[in-house]
Each structure stands twice: as C-alpha cells, then as structure tokens.
Ligand binder design. Structure first.
Ligand code: AMP
Length: 222
C-alpha cells in the first residue's frame, strides 16, 4: 500500500501518519523530518536548507526528489509507505510518478480555526519527532516526550511569520495537487476537527476500512 497524505500545514497529517504507520506496519516518510536531519549535518547544504525551512519556504524540488528516490528504495518500503509532506509541487508529483505508483491519496481537512490552533500549540520531540499539542494532545509529563523522554520544543517554522508564508505557499503550489489526484481517481477526503486524543481509534478504524475497500468514502470523523 503506497499512501500519500495531503493537507494544509497544521491540519494534523503528520500526527495521523504517526498513528497509521503503526496500525499498518508500513514506514512513515516525512520529508520535513528527512530535511531536518540534513540540517543537523554541519554542511553548507544543511545550513541552506535550515534557512529556507525556518522562513517557511520550499526547499528545491531537486533536493526533495533525490531524498525520496533514495528513501523509497530502502528495504522497509517493500510493502509500501506513507508519504507525508511530499509531493508539494506539480513538478514533484510528476517526478514521483516516474519513480513509483501511489495506491491512495488521503486529503486531510479541518476548519481554519482548528488549523491555526493546531499550528500554534504544536510541540515536537527534539529527538524522535513525535508530535504533541499544548492542550489537545498533551504529553504525560510537561515538555517531555512520552515515547523517548527527550525534550519537546516548538518548531521555528511554527512561529507566526513562517506560518503565514507556509499557508500561502500551500494554497499556491500544493493545493492544486488535490485536483490532480482526484482526476486520477485516487483521492479521498477526511475531515477531523477533534483532537486525536479523543478519536484515535475511530481514525484508525475508518482509514483501515477505506483502505480495505469496505467503504468508498470517509468524510468527517466525529
Ligand atoms: P513539514 O514538516 O512537512 O511541515 O515540512 C517542514 C518544511 O520542510 C516545509 O515548510 C519546507 O520548508 C520543507 N519541506 C518539506 N517537504 C517539502 C517538499 N516536499 N518540498 C519542499 N520543501 C519541503
């Protein structure tokens, strides 16, 4: 199963991907996380990527396509994967098609006020990248990751100026991909306005049942 998660920054697709990766036992490939790993390396390229990301811009298609090309060749991707954050441009989508087929595209939606609240309250583990929220999906111990015990922090690009830029770029460059995948008959819409902590099991159940072909739409999960 080769899944692609689409949706605006802050819609929660990374959180859902972290849940579904466990439920389906296929790897979660977040290009944001792959790029953040690159920024940890003390290289000129790492620094350039970090600057672009902090400002909320898009890293070049060339770098992204190379990263994905390498990652999906790994052995753990043999039975499929979840792509989260890629493709973000038409050019990336066309290049992905040359590399591999995609079986399902899940387009996540939420109300605007929910998206803003999710972005401003998001806190992420510095080490394992697990996503929490200051109010909706709190860690058991304040500021400490439930999974690995490392410190949590707010991403630099979740600060207001970068968020504005990310939302604008999403509308211009990434949103057109919804129609692109819809025309191929691959797209399903999922709306989730409630915090994941309240509806985790339902989200897993509904997505699984869709992927198993038991239903042909998902809609809002309440
Ligand atoms: P994310 O963790 O998906 O929100 O991504 C964080 C940042 O990484 C984005 O704002 C971009 O700067 C960069 N990024 C992630 N994926 C891509 C992509 N497919 N194309 C270009 N830049 C990306």
């Amino acid at each position: 199963m080769k899944l692609l998660f689409l949706g605006s920054p802050g819609v929660g697709k990374g959180t859902y991907a972290q849940v579904i990766t466990e439920a389906l036992n296929i790897p979660h490939i977040s290009t944001g996380d792959l790029l953040r790993n690159e920024t940890q390396k003390d290289t000129g390229l790492g620094k350039k990527i970090e600057e672009t990301m902090n400002q909320g811009g898009l890293v070049s298609d060339e770098i992204l396509i190379q990263l994905i090309k390498t990652r999906i060749k790994d052995k753990d991707c043999e039975n499929g994967f979840i792509l989260d954050g890629f493709p973000r441009t038409k050019n990336q989508a066309e290049n992905l098609e040359k590399l591999t087929g995609i079986t399902h595209v899940l387009n996540f939606k939420a109300n605007d006020e929910v998206i803003i609240e999710r972005l401003s309250g998001r806190i992420v583990c510095k080490k394992c990248k697990t996503i929490f929220h200051k109010t909706g999906n709190k860690p058991k111990i304040e500021n400490i990751c439930d999974k690995c015990g490392s410190e949590l922090h707010q991403r630099e690009d979740d600060k207001p100026d970068s968020v504005k830029k990310r939302l604008k770029i999403y509308k211009e460059k990434t949103e057109p991909l919804i129609a692109h995948y819809d025309s191929k008959g691959l797209l399903v819409e999922i709306t989730i306005n409630k915090p994941i902590s309240e509806i985790r099991d339902k989200v897993i159940l509904k997505i699984k049942s869709y992927l198993e072909g038991k239903t042909d739409k998902i809609g809002e999960i309440k």
